[in-house]
Write a protein that binds this ligand. Structure first.
Ligand SMILES: [Zn+2]
Length: 139
């Protein structure tokens, strides 16, 4: 198993800021003028408690995914036509709730119904307007 290439604190902060900005843009009426809210990019769980979320590697470290840092060797390989490397090194981050991230681990895909949007007591705390309007995340 390859060594995990963790995101720096600065990278995590930036990804969370971007995530909060997307939530704000998507539901301006609900979240305008309020504290930052974050959304799990898998199950859609929305909350303002940052502790419920983690920045995860889309392409797992176990499969060679990295924390989005290129070096000269990487550039040479990509320019030589290694498209897989480009995807591994590209924007390899997503914001997940702890439920989805815990279920994902080193896999490429996240098992269904493990996200906070589907699990009590978090399901009842979910502030995703689409989930609220439609009576909770679809099952
Ligand atoms: Zn989730």
């Amino acid at each position: 198993m390859s060594k995990r290439d963790e995101f720096t604190r600065g990278q995590k902060r930036n990804y969370l800021r971007l995530n909060a900005a997307k939530v704000h843009r998507r539901w301006p009426a609900e979240f305008g003028g309020k504290a930052d809210h974050y959304m799990c990019e898998n199950c859609g769980f929305v909350h303002d408690n940052r502790q419920y979320f983690q920045v995860d590697h889309i392409f797992p470290c176990a499969a060679g995914g990295r924390a989005t840092r290129f070096n000269q060797q990487d550039y040479r390989q990509i320019l030589a036509g290694d498209v897989a490397l480009l995807y591994q090194l590209g924007d390899n981050a997503m914001v997940l709730c702890r439920g989805c991230n815990g279920a994902k681990k080193d896999k490429m895909f996240i098992p269904e119904d493990r996200g906070y949007a589907y699990r009590s007591p978090f399901r009842e705390m979910d502030r995703n307007p689409d989930h609220i309007y439609y009576g909770g995340a679809a099952r």
